[in-house]
Design a protein around this ligand. Structure first.
Ligand SMILES: [Zn+2]
Length: 277
């Protein structure tokens, strides 16, 4: 009976891994499973940043074709509650090479998630980090305190931390960005289709941010829903219903914690991206 129970637990863990660790990022999203508290403390726990020391971290496989790595955490205690959460790797501002944010900006309470695109084709995947730094340069030149968006996702599925989420976005369009958690997808999705890995990463990021900020994935919308703009392009806009469903499924499967890639691990990640890996 004990053996059957063990096998049952293993099957449950494997199923949780398959559901919670849906591949995203072609080798960039490390879907390592970690135990997550449940019950009243779950949101608090999920919402906590869990950076790990750079030393000893596995170096991500730079070959996109190899896909996401998801593995069971053998050391996790197995008990009556087997809920686990996947981890979403997010490249830190420092690793990306953003300048420090200026002081100022409006603090706000996050109520919804909003998708944008940069409206400019990205010629090569390796140019994504420099494109994001370029956004910051341009936005600082507007007198804004920082890059306008809170998170970025590139066509290879890499996810980047940008503006401090507690500071409202800035915008060139006529709407109040307070309350919006802004995610920019690199590319022009009026002219091109988003990649599958980009969409997979956006769904994972939406799930992680929904948990962290206590908003539902169903609040995910598009810039064009709030202002007179084509942003984020028809190609990304039509993906919204599927993105909401996928993000909700991730949340139901146990949610995701954000694993901030900073220090040496983040620097290596960005160097590999910029080398065209
Ligand atoms: Zn926009």
């Amino acid at each position: 009976v004990e053996r059957r129970r063990l096998l049952g637990l293993l099957a449950t863990a494997a199923a949780a891994g398959l559901i919670a660790g849906i591949p995203a990022g072609r080798g960039w999203i490390v879907g390592r499973l970690v135990p997550t508290a449940t019950g009243p403390d779950r949101y608090r726990d999920v919402g906590r940043l869990r950076p790990e020391p750079a030393v000893g971290r596995p170096v991500p496989d730079p070959h996109p074709k190899n896909g996401t790595e998801v593995s069971d955490d053998q050391d996790a205690p197995s008990g009556a509650d087997d809920r686990r959460a996947a981890t979403l790797a997010v490249i830190s501002r420092d690793a990306l090479g953003l300048a420090p944010a200026r002081s100022g900006g409006r603090s706000h309470v996050i109520e919804r998630l909003t998708l944008h695109h940069s409206a400019v084709r990205l010629a090569e995947m390796r140019l994504a980090p420099s494109r994001l730094r370029g956004h910051q340069d341009y936005h600082l030149a507007q007198g804004w305190p920082d890059v306008a968006y809170h998170y970025g996702v590139d066509p290879a599925g890499n996810v980047y931390a940008l503006r401090d989420p507690s500071i409202a976005s800035d915008t060139f369009t006529d709407y109040d960005p307070a309350g919006h958690l802004s995610i920019v997808c690199e590319g022009d999705f009026g002219a091109q289709a988003p990649t599958h890995v980009m969409l997979a990463s956006v769904a994972l990021l939406v799930a992680a941010l929904a948990d962290r900020h206590g908003v539902s994935p169903t609040t995910l919308g598009a810039h064009r829903d709030h202002a007179a703009t084509a942003c984020p392009g028809d190609g990304l806009h039509r993906a919204l219903p599927a993105l909401r469903r996928r993000a909700e499924a991730h949340v139901r499967a146990g949610g995701l914690t954000i694993d901030l890639l900073d220090g040496a691990a983040g620097a290596v990640r960005v160097a590999v991206i910029e080398a065209g890996g």
